[in-house]
Each structure stands twice: as C-alpha cells, then as structure tokens.
Design a protein around this ligand. Structure first.
Ligand code: MN
Length: 456
C-alpha cells in the first residue's frame, strides 16, 4: 500500500524502530546536519528548531532497507521488481482541494527565510540552502519534469539555482529563455517517498516523473492547481513554493557542499523569484544532508539509477544478475555488475554500455555471480585475483560528467572525464584454480547448531 504523504512514511519508520527524535532545541545552521551525521542510518526528527515552529525531518533514506520500505519492495535486491513497477506509468489525477492549501501566502508576504527552517548544510556553503526541494517544471514539448536542484536563499522571495547542462531542467530553462519567457516552477518540500525516488530517476526528457511516482506507489498521485503558476502539485505535500526562473538573469551562486562530498564551486547562475508559498497545518520541513559523511543521498539515488542502467545492460546481456552503484562512488560514479557470463567478450559489451550510459558511471567492474557485489571486500578480491590490467580493461576518454571534481581540476579538458571498464570475470573453458571453502553441508550443520556447539 502506498504512503499518502510524508507523515505516514515517518510514522512507519518510527514504528519499525528507525527514527530518532531530537527533543532539545537545535540550530538549523549546521547543527541539524551534525545530528544527521551522528544518527548514522536512523531517520531524525528535530522537534524544536531554533527560531521556527516547524519541525525538521531528515535522513529518511539512510540505508537500503528504508528505500525498500518506502516502496514496499520485498526482495533484498529489488531491481527487477522496481523495473516491473515503473513499466506501468500512472499519470496523476487532479482533485479540487488538498491539505497543502490549508495555508497560502502570495506576493510580498512570501518570506522563505522567515517562515521555513532552511538549513546551512555545511560550514562553507554560500548561505542557507534548500537541498531537499523537488523542482517541478513543464515544457511545451517534453511535459513535466521533476528533479532535485539546490536552491540558495537570496532574500525573502529570491533564490539562486544550480543546474548542469546534463539535466533536463537546464534544457527546459534554455528553451524558455530562447522564447524570452520565464520558466514557471514549483518546489515540493516534504511528500510521500515515491516522489523523492521519482525525482532522481534518469530517463528521456519526456518522461513524466509524476507518472513514475504513480507507478512506484502503484496508485496515481492526487494533484491540485498552483495559485500563481500553471502547474499541478501533490495535494498532500507538506510545503509548496511557486515562482519563476528569470530569463537572461544570472547572479552569483555557491559554493555548496555536494553529493560528491566536495564544495561545488561558485558561479554565475539563474535566479528564481517566488510568488507563493502554501503549506499544510503544522507542516514538517524535510531536509536532505549532502556532504562528507552523507548516507541518505547515496541510497536515494542509487536504486533508480542502477535500475535504469540494468535495463540497458539486460538488452545486450540477458544473464546480468544485478548492478550496484556503490556508496563510495557517491551512488553513481562506480558500478559493479554481477554476470552469469555466457561467452568471452560479453563483459566488454556490458562495460561499453555502462560507460556510455546517461547516469554517468566513471569506473565499472564486471564480476561473476559468485561474488557478493554489495561487499566491497569481495569485489576487491575479484579484482585482485581475476583481473589483469593490460588485457582486461579499457578506457573511454574525454566524456562529459556531472560534478566530478577531478574532471575540472585534474584535466585541461574542463568538465570532461576519463572512464575505465574492468572485466574481473573468470575465463570460460580454461582450467582456473578453484575457490577454497568448507563444504556447504558442514557449514550448514555448524550454523544450524551453533548454540549447541557453544554450550557443549
Ligand atoms: Mn526528467
């Protein structure tokens, strides 16, 4: 059963023992980030936030279990199940009224820093940032787009935004700018978890992420009209902002601590003027911590991106078993592929698909299915004992990538990166030393009767 809103999901996490309540007053200036770091995989609900009467909830996707809980996925490695769901897109339905309209302010009354407990996430960020806002926009040809983009607060109703050329919102904005028009946007802060997962899904520009969210929750979203822009937003969202991205306007934005765990540099970037703010009664502000000790952002982005990649790989290698985008690779730069190899050269076929895929993997390794791809020691062991650098790897140079610091600062080619594919599978039909282990039967006997062995 789908979660209707953020509150139901938070309740479910708390019932399952995965939520910590912070009861002492806490400062949104870095203290909430520090509390999230301290909480490890647990979700955090800050009840008393200094200067505000709105609680902050964060770290709702702090491990893979919570991603599965968010979508009601049953398997431990749920890619196949996830893909089956997103095949059945469910476009949203419009309703007349939703709780997000319980409080509405427009025009000069909009005061983002005065009304919302917006965090300073990391020490050297350029100011207060909304990092958990799902930006909604519409293009005449491509339809709706939803994505997470950082927003730097620049006044009561003004913010700077970062978009990379590889992202759909950038395309939407450039097209609006060519028409000399502002791009209308809405920002969703706090909503049912399927929307957060849909907002990080990779796909073609005309993929409607609202319909993806409907597919993930197996029920269409209920939507209401915005007050000041021509967009639909979820009826059960906690907080919704409305505004316009101004054409031909650029202002200083940044720096901001990013998913890469480095500060993304300052630059001249587009600006949003906000025209309305609506929220539920007693809203919750959902925050997202990005930085050196992040967890949530990695697990949030990893499954949708791995699934997108898996679908492409499966077209050339039907016996692909699973794909993991590792936390160390920031949930996107490093891919480990589990394969039941059918013929020599198949891993290279897979690697060429992985390295050219839109999710932007830098380093990819293919291993046999006896290697646990979720255990970094196992993957390293395969690399140590089944891989010869000179014959089992290849490069792809000077390809575009999103926010990889080494692409900008270690290469003269600007934002281009070099990619590496590694085949750590065993050769077929060649005698190879066998992996050593005790017999399955003996291991099972010890496992099943361990207490008895200890007690004598
Ligand atoms: Mn999109």
């Amino acid at each position: 059963m789908a979660f209707r809103d953020l509150r139901e999901f938070v309740e479910k996490i708390e019932t399952s023992g995965g939520l910590l309540r912070v009861k002492k007053e806490i400062d949104p200036n870095q203290e909430i980030s520090a509390a999230i770091i301290k909480a490890g995989p647990a979700a955090v609900l800050c009840e008393k936030v200094k200067g505000y009467d709105i609680p902050v909830v964060a770290n709702l996707f702090g491990d893979r279990e919570k991603i599965n809980m968010a979508l009601g996925l049953e398997k431990e490695n749920p890619i196949e199940e996830y893909l089956k769901r997103v095949e059945r897109l469910q476009p949203p339905i419009e309703v007349g009224y939703g709780p997000v309209k319980e409080h509405v302010v427009t025009g000069e009354k909009v005061d983002l820093p005065g009304m919302l407990p917006i965090l300073v996430v990391n020490e050297k960020d350029g100011g207060r940032y909304i990092s958990s806002g799902i930006i909604v926009a519409k293009d005449p040809e491509f339809g709706y787009n939803l994505a997470l983009h950082r927003l730097q607060i620049k006044g009561k109703h003004r913010a700077g935004i970062y978009m990379s050329e590889l992202q759909h919102l950038h395309l939407y904005f450039k097209r609006a700018e060519e028409r000399n028009e502002p791009l209308e946007i809405a920002v969703i802060i706090g909503c049912d978890p399927s929307l957060y997962l849909a907002s990080v899904v990779t796909g073609p520009p005309d993929l409607d992420e609202y319909a993806v969210a409907g597919a993930l929750r197996k029920e269409p979203l209920e939507m209401v009209k915005c007050e000041t822009v021509d967009l639909l937003v979820p009826a059960h969202a906690e907080i919704v902002l409305e505004g316009r991205m101004l054409p031909h306007t650029r202002e200083k934005e940044g720096p901001f601590g990013e998913f890469s765990k480095y500060y993304g540099p300052e630059g001249e970037r587009p600006v949003i003027e906000f025209t309305a703010l609506s929220h539920r009664s007693r809203p919750m502000y959902q925050a997202l911590y990005l930085g050196r000790r992040q967890r949530e952002n990695v697990y949030l982005t990893s499954l949708p991106k791995a699934a997108d990649l898996y679908r492409a790989v499966k077209e050339v290698a039907p016996e692909v078993k699973d794909i993991y985008l590792t936390p160390g690779g920031c949930g996107r730069y490093h891919a480990v592929v589990s394969l039941k190899k059918r013929f020599e050269g198949e891993p290279r076929l897979i690697l060429s698909v992985v390295l050219s895929h839109r999710i932007g993997v830098k380093h990819a390794i293919v291993v046999d299915e006896d290697v646990d791809i979720y255990d970094p020691h196992e993957v390293e062991w395969a690399m140590a004992t089944r891989f010869q650098f000179d014959r089992d790897s290849f490069f792809l140079n000077d390809t575009p990538i999103h926010l990889d610091p080494s692409s900008a600062f270690k290469r003269k080619t600007g934002l281009l990166t070099s990619k590496l594919g590694m085949d750590a599978t065993l050769p077929l039909g060649v005698p190879y030393p066998q992996v050593c282990d005790v017999s399955k039967e003996v291991m099972k006997k010890i496992e099943d009767n361990w207490q008895a062995y200890l007690e004598g």
